[in-house]
Ligand binder design. Structure first.
Ligand SMILES: C[S@@+](CC[C@H](N)C(=O)[O-])C[C@H]1O[C@@H](n2cnc3c(N)ncnc32)[C@H](O)[C@@H]1O
Length: 322
């Protein structure tokens, strides 16, 4: 399992960048950018190098943690997956590229695409001292046009991108992401009902184009959840001092909610059942909500079944159960 916290090299690069900036400007811009996101806006609000750094300090640790959690789930199912090429679409400051590099030592080539020149410049700066990432190829342009020209890759990632596209564009970009996927496509979105709805729509469309789900679902069928429920997970990450200062936060950690799907070209033989919420551990029993190939299961493991109870006590939200 790879740690959800930013690797030391990236943390150091971010903190070094902060030296040249006014912390109060960065804090102010981070608050404005967060507000834009909360109001349903996107990263178009990121225009200056202060904006880009503020975004990276405030959001990159959390989106990184969500990508790592999704890749950890994928690796549990596909321990033999050794991608050599990565395509990171809507790469922003390079978050998913850093995450994939950390998880897969097999990666040799890194291609990134994004429409935002300021975030691209920051990504290149952050990667400058990284032996593996300094030669990454980062194209600037709209996803649709740049993807059409991009080379296919073993692993394609779109992290927190789809929600920034219009509905018609989401469909076109989803098809292009799949077209450029040699082996596995990972799509991550915020863990809110709207993010889940986008994941489910893309999942259904790409299954119809021949994709198979590797994670989180143990099946390629329809999602058994019905509104107002939605499938999402949570990943805890530590906040650095700069991160806390920028967010005006006291807690040394935060929990990022995310929804995701990992789709593969080849069917997966054995997919674990998935724990969909934090199980309730009571004296008498453990109650857990589990996604299975036959639908949703609310399972109760009684204490008198001592061995099973001891195992169930350790279940965590997001775990795959074999
Ligand atoms: C919320 S940020 C996520 C950045 C990064 N993937 C992460 O997880 O931290 C969304 C990114 O998508 C990019 N983006 C939005 N619409 C785009 C489009 N039509 N074409 C290319 N990039 C786009 C933005 O510029 C921004 O960098």
């Amino acid at each position: 399992m790879t740690s959800p916290d930013l690797p030391a090299e990236l943390r150091a690069a971010l903190e070094a960048k902060l030296q040249g900036f006014s912390r109060s400007d960065a804090t102010e811009r981070a608050a404005a950018i967060s507000k834009t996101y909360r109001d349903g806006g996107g990263s178009a609000a990121i225009r200056s190098s202060t904006d880009a750094l503020a975004y990276a300090l405030a959001r990159m640790p959390a989106t990184y943690a969500a990508v790592i959690a999704s890749l950890n789930a994928l690796c549990e199912i596909r321990a033999d997956f050794e991608p050599s090429s990565l395509l990171d679409v809507g790469a922003g400051p390079g978050t998913a590229t850093w995450a994939a590099a950390e998880v897969f030592s097999s990666l040799r080539s890194f291609a990134l695409l994004d429409a935002n020149d300021t975030l691209r410049a920051l990504a290149l700066d952050l990667a400058r001292d990284s032996a593996r990432l300094r030669s990454a190829d980062y194209e600037r342009g709209e996803a649709r046009a740049t993807l059409a020209k991009a080379d296919a890759a073993d692993l394609v990632v779109a992290s927190y991108l789809i929600g920034e596209l219009g509905e018609a564009e989401q469909q076109t970009v989803a098809a292009l992401l799949w077209e450029k996927t040699r082996d596995t496509l990972l799509v991550v979105e915020p863990g809110a009902p709207a993010g889940y709805a986008r994941i489910i729509a893309l999942r259904e469309r790409l299954i119809a184009s021949g994709a198979h789900v590797a994670a989180p679902c143990p099946h390629d069928g329809r999602c058994p959840l019905a509104g107002p429920d939605w499938c999402h997970f949570t990943q805890r990450l530590q906040r650095s001092r700069a991160h806390k200062q920028l967010k005006g936060a006291e807690l040394p950690y935060e929990d990022e909610k995310f929804s995701y799907v990992a789709l593969t070209r080849q069917p997966i033989n054995q997919r674990p059942f998935r724990v969909l919420a934090q199980p309730t551990v009571a004296k008498a029993e453990v109650t857990a909500k589990i996604c299975t190939p036959d639908g949703l299961l609310i399972t109760k493991v009684p204490r008198r079944d001592r061995e099973s109870y001891a195992v169930a006590r350790r279940w965590r939200w997001g775990d795959g159960l074999n």
